[in-house]
Design a protein around this ligand. Structure first.
Ligand SMILES: [Cu+2]
Length: 147
């Protein structure tokens, strides 16, 4: 149902890159026993990829945060208990939150093209509680683990 196969042919090149669909589950409890979490919290992607947030457990959503995404990247807001897609069109960082649980730390950070240039804007955006602390930690983690 949610399968999406996007093939991007790089013009002028013999290389054909296959865009990925990255599945992220919205969980009340993960296998490690952590509560109110996305299954991936540091999500690395490239332009053309689709990040698909799945309503594996109930009462969660995924949405972007005003000011905490790259210029030109379309914002998104999933409904509770519904899958939502984020089609990556720009490089940079995006914060993603679950509206009911962001203050409990249910957030994720998308890193596209290993571009961390909008880190300060993301830190300045309106994030709450443990979610804000976790986004800060994820930015540090992204810096420390640059591929
Ligand atoms: Cu949630």
């Amino acid at each position: 149902m949610y399968k999406l196969l996007s093939i991007v042919f790089l013009i002028g090149s013999s290389v054909a890159a296959l865009a990925d669909t990255i599945e992220v589950e919205m969980l009340t409890k993960n296998d490690a026993g952590d509560r109110m979490v996305f299954s991936q919290e540091l999500i690395r992607a490239e332009i053309g990829d689709v990040i698909l947030f799945l309503p594996t457990d109930r009462s969660h959503n995924a949405q972007s945060v005003k000011g905490a995404l790259p210029d030109g990247q379309e914002s998104f807001k999933g409904k509770q208990n519904k899958a939502v897609e984020y089609l990556v069109t720009e490089t940079g960082l995006s914060a993603v939150v679950c509206a009911p649980h962001q203050a409990m730390g249910m957030v994720a950070l998308i890193v596209v093209g290993n571009d961390l240039s909008n880190a300060q804007q993301v830190l300045d955006a309106r994030l709450r509680g443990k979610g804000k602390d976790k986004i800060k930690a994820l930015i540090e983690q992204a810096k420390a683990t640059q591929p």
